[in-house]
Design a protein around this ligand. Structure first.
Ligand code: FES
Length: 162
């Protein structure tokens, strides 16, 4: 497969930010671009194409895409709830928040609701320990989570999806 002309131009805009011969430095922003313009996930074919465009090996792309939880390697819901489960968040109740989301949505960690709206994931420290417990939702952080806040967030997502 080859990326569309529009995507190819956007990739060029990204790689142009880096010095000549440093295309690999553009890998993370390019993967974000491909993920955002697709189904919020990356396929093997897309990662192979990224490798070809950046003139690096496919394994270099896989290494990055599998290391960072922000990249989805299988289809996910419209909204991905990434709840931090590292120490400070755990000590402030992230386990309860995760359990509440599981019950409320009827899914396990890593699963997507039948309506395709929500995916639950756990994440390691997202660098916002002072706001624990917290989660990432798209490009935003949701902090000092409570069950009531989860209810509100899910309602807001459902309303925005309609
Ligand atoms: S431990 Fe949750 S953001 Fe750092």
């Amino acid at each position: 497969m080859a990326f569309s002309k529009e995507i190819t131009e956007k990739i060029k805009q990204i790689t142009d930010r880096y010095p000549s011969g440093r295309q690999k430095s553009a890998l993370i922003p390019v993967l974000h671009l491909i993920q955002e313009t697709g189904n919020n996930s990356l396929t093997i074919e897309q990662m192979d194409e990224v490798a070809a465009v950046l003139q690096i090996t496919p394994i270099e792309v896989y290494e990055v895409a599998t290391f960072y939880t922000m990249f989805n390697l299988k289809p996910v819901g419209k909204y991905v709830l990434e709840v931090c489960q590292t120490g400070p968040c755990m000590l402030n109740g992230s386990d309860e928040i995760i359990e509440y989301i599981k019950q409320k949505l009827g899914i396990k960690n890593g699963e997507t609701t039948a309506d395709g709206l929500f995916t639950l994931k756990t994440a390691e420290c997202l660098g916002a320990c002072g706001y624990a417990p917290m989660m990432q939702l798209g490009k935003t952080y949701r902090e000092f989570l409570t069950k009531e806040k989860i209810d509100d967030i899910l309602d807001q997502c459902r309303a925005a999806a309609n």
